[in-house]
Design a protein around this ligand. Sequence first.
Ligand SMILES: [Zn+2]
Length: 76
Amino acid sequence: MPDLTYQPATYYTVMVRCNTAGDGTEKHPPCVNYQREWQVDEVYSNAGQPVIQCGPCQNLVEILAATKMDPQPEVS
Ligand SMILES: [Zn+2]
């Protein structure tokens, strides 16, 4: 995983990848997003570490790159 640092309470645009390969059984097949890369907008960094789940498999995705949003989105 790249060594990314985040400012807390900040929104980022991130590129992520799901690494869930499953275990080869029918019960745990590879995620439909396995080895797919996609962009997630408006990711909140919380205390300095964003947590992003893959929708289909619910596992945490690997964050490949993160760009601080400029300007930051308005939050109401
Ligand atoms: Zn997945």
